[in-house]
Design a protein around this ligand. Structure first.
Ligand SMILES: Nc1ncnc2c1ncn2[C@@H]1O[C@H](COP(=O)(O)OP(=O)(O)OP(=O)(O)O)[C@@H](O)[C@H]1O
Ligand SMILES: [Mg+2]
Length: 301
């Protein structure tokens, strides 16, 4: 634990009840979208309340939610990666996910991407409970992920990686449309503002930033409605990171894509995302619109 940090006693939030608040939807009781708020100046005077009820904004309806994560837990042997995660992602929303190293962000994204299965809890996709069996299953439901380790095949070229599993073939002939895929790959990378001189070189020989651009380009070509981005600009220079965020912004303007964006740079999160969730002790410890929080608040946790 960092010096000066206060450890919270328990992860399970004590949700306050408010008889004035309208019922939002039948799943609401399962959801603990809690946030700590200051109830006074004394240490220890923080209380957990529902962010939705603390906010003056009208409560979002269930139909706004494309994804809900309910009480998800995951452990690896003795390591508890996720204890009790409750999260919601709304249609067309970009949700920032922040937290210390090893707080479980990547594990959560891998569960939503169908790469790992939770030990407990439930995912609800567009209002229906879903048990994701695999990454392919998640993709068939419109969920795609840029993994933190990028999940590229080092021996293949940029174009081959971008179209892996979604190869284009010539109409009427079972032959790969290599020239078309190269042209589309070039267009996607140019769009992202990242220079890759040769599309034929194996991606294992490219830089970290170039590899990240290829992983993002692959995800962008997938037509997913839920895009999970696990530190997609961590290896990029300032110029390339800015170009990447611009392209992602254009993408979400064109279509009602919902994104979860994991980053350690709070400035990027506050600028790029609509809402931010902070993962701590295996739970979502803070859930706020980015317009109502600050770098100072996020770093104080
Ligand atoms: N496949 C695995 N086997 C064993 N332990 C794992 C595995 N994946 C994750 N963990 C452990 O789960 C915890 C959470 O890891 P995770 O990668 O989700 O954290 P993170 O928040 O993404 O961290 P970072 O910010 O460093 O990327 C860590 O303690 C990690 O060591
Ligand atoms: Mg991670």
């Amino acid at each position: 634990m960092r010096p000066g940090r206060r450890r919270r006693a328990a992860c399970v939030p004590q949700v306050t009840t408010d008889s004035q608040s309208p019922r939002v939807d039948p799943l609401e009781d399962l959801i603990v979208d809690a946030v700590w708020v200051e109830k006074g100046s004394e240490p220890g005077s923080r209380q957990l309340v529902r962010e939705r009820r603390a906010s003056s904004a009208p409560p979002p309806s269930a139909s706004d939610d494309v994804l809900r994560v309910l009480h998800v837990a995951k452990r690896f042997g003795g390591v508890v990666a996720l204890r009790d995660i409750n999260l919601q992602l709304r249609r067309g929303e970009t949700l920032g996910l922040v937290g210390d190293n090893a707080s479980g962000k990547s594990t959560l994204l891998k569960i939503i991407a169908g790469f790992q299965r939770p030990d407990a809890g439930q995912l609800v996709l567009r209002g229906a409970p879903v048990d994701l069996r695999s990454v392919d299953h998640a993709r068939s439901l419109g969920i795609d992920c840029v993994y933190q380790d990028l999940a590229l095949i080092d021996e293949l070229s940029a174009a081959e990686n971008i179209f892996l599993g979604r190869e284009r073939v010539h109409r009427g002939v079972p032959l790969l449309a290599r020239r078309l895929m190269r042209a589309l790959a070039r267009e996607a990378l140019d769009d992202l503002g990242v220079r890759v001189d040769s599309l034929d070189v194996a991606v294992g020989r490219l830089s970290g930033g170039q590899r990240q651009a290829i992983a993002v380009a692959r995800c962008m070509r997938s037509a997913a409605q839920i895009v999970l981005l696990d530190e997609p600009i961590a290896a990029m220079g300032h110029k390339e990171a800015t170009a990447m965020l611009t392209v992602l912004s254009r993408l979400r303007e064109r279509a009602p894509i919902s994104m979860i964006f994991v980053a350690h740079n709070y400035g990027h999160v506050l600028n790029f995302c609509d809402r931010v969730n902070l993962v701590q002790d295996g739970c979502i410890a803070l859930d706020k619109p980015t317009s109502k929080t600050s770098i100072e608040e996020l770093t104080s946790w």
